[in-house]
Design a protein around this ligand. Structure first.
Ligand code: PSU
Ligand code: MN
Length: 303
């Protein structure tokens, strides 16, 4: 394993001392937001985690190495170059063997975080069951990863480019707890409401840390989805965002966009249709998740 994994010295030291580290993904940088906002956001997220007293570890594959804790230059590189490959679980062996660069999704970031011994991971939104999945079979590998890899993912729920109800059903089948931070409702990324309920409401980082410790102490494999709603002041108008999403999905169908290209296409189109408003909301919710993830990591480390 050592020959593949490259953990930066600060992250390595922090983990060795049993202190708090928060993993961050890189597909959100390369495929989730446009340059230069992507780089600016990724660097701010790291700062937010530091300000809370934890150490950030942005994860990616660079020249075939599984990198845990990118430098500022590496983040800039990933955000700027155009041809970095979106890398989920199935892609990892090829990207590594070819010594190529790969931006890691939620699934592959969980895998690499777990190899490094990191338990807490902050992002924007998880992948899920797409609308019309009964015909397309498009279900993100993120969900299967949550079922088997022991990393908790702090996110703002799932976007309504997905079928949120089916995503929750899938997670239930695979035994993945979905908890709402200070809410009973599953948030829908850009909005606090979705019309779906979470399994449990939790009101403090301590409560989440204790549930995680209990889960893993009992040998219950897999992660947890900690759904943290976007702050009231930054959320988008429910009807506006859903109209934009419906339009983007229709265009994707007309253009025949599918597979791994689907999520990046929809994100970019929704941003264009909303005149950039969705990007601003996206950035704010990631900051909010980073801050909560750091608090949970600090509580977990005390237990
Ligand atoms: N949702 C977002 N922004 C993103 C993604 C999802 O709001 O950048 C990325 C994440 O990396 C997630 C991936 O793991 O898309 C899911 O892609 P797919 O549906 O192809 O599994
Ligand atoms: Mn997919």
């Amino acid at each position: 394993m050592k020959e593949y994994l490259n953990i930066n010295p600060e992250v390595h030291e922090t983990l060795k001392k049993g202190k708090a580290v928060v993993a961050l993904e890189s597909t959100i940088i390369s495929h989730g937001m446009p340059y230069p906002k992507n780089v600016e956001t990724a660097l701010n997220v790291e700062k937010i985690i530091r300000d809370e007293g934890a150490v950030p570890a942005t994860i990616a594959i660079l020249k075939g190495e599984l990198k845990v804790g990118l430098t500022g230059e590496e983040i800039e590189y990933l955000g700027r170059v155009k041809n970095v490959i979106k890398t989920s679980r199935r892609d990892i062996p090829f990207i590594v063997a070819k010594k190529a660069d790969g931006a890691t999704t939620v699934a592959s970031t969980m895998i690499i975080a777990s190899l490094a011994g990191i338990k807490i991971f902050a992002t924007g939104g998880i992948g899920g069951v797409h609308r019309r999945a009964s015909e397309t079979f498009d279900i993100s590998a993120d969900l299967e990863e949550l079922a088997k890899t022991d990393v908790a993912v702090i996110c703002a729920g799932a976007k309504s480019i997905l079928d949120i109800g089916l995503t929750l059903e899938y997670l239930e089948t695979r035994g993945v707890p979905v908890v709402g931070y200070r809410t009973e409702e599953m948030p829908a990324f850009y909005t606090r409401k979705s019309g779906c309920k979470v399994d449990y409401r939790v009101d403090s980082p301590e409560e989440i840390a204790l549930a995680l410790k209990t889960k893993w102490d009992l040998g219950l494999k897999g992660g947890m989805v900690i759904a943290n709603p976007i702050e009231e002041e930054y959320q988008m108008d429910y009807d506006t965002i859903n109209a934009a999403i419906d339009k983007a999905i229709k265009e994707a169908e007309e253009k025949g966009i599918k597979g791994k290209d689907s999520t990046p296409f929809l994100l970019a189109r929704v941003k264009e249709i909303t005149g950039g408003d969705s990007l601003e909301a996206n950035i704010r919710l990631v900051y909010n998740n980073a801050s909560l993830a750091a608090k949970i990591a600090l509580e977990l480390q005390k237990l």
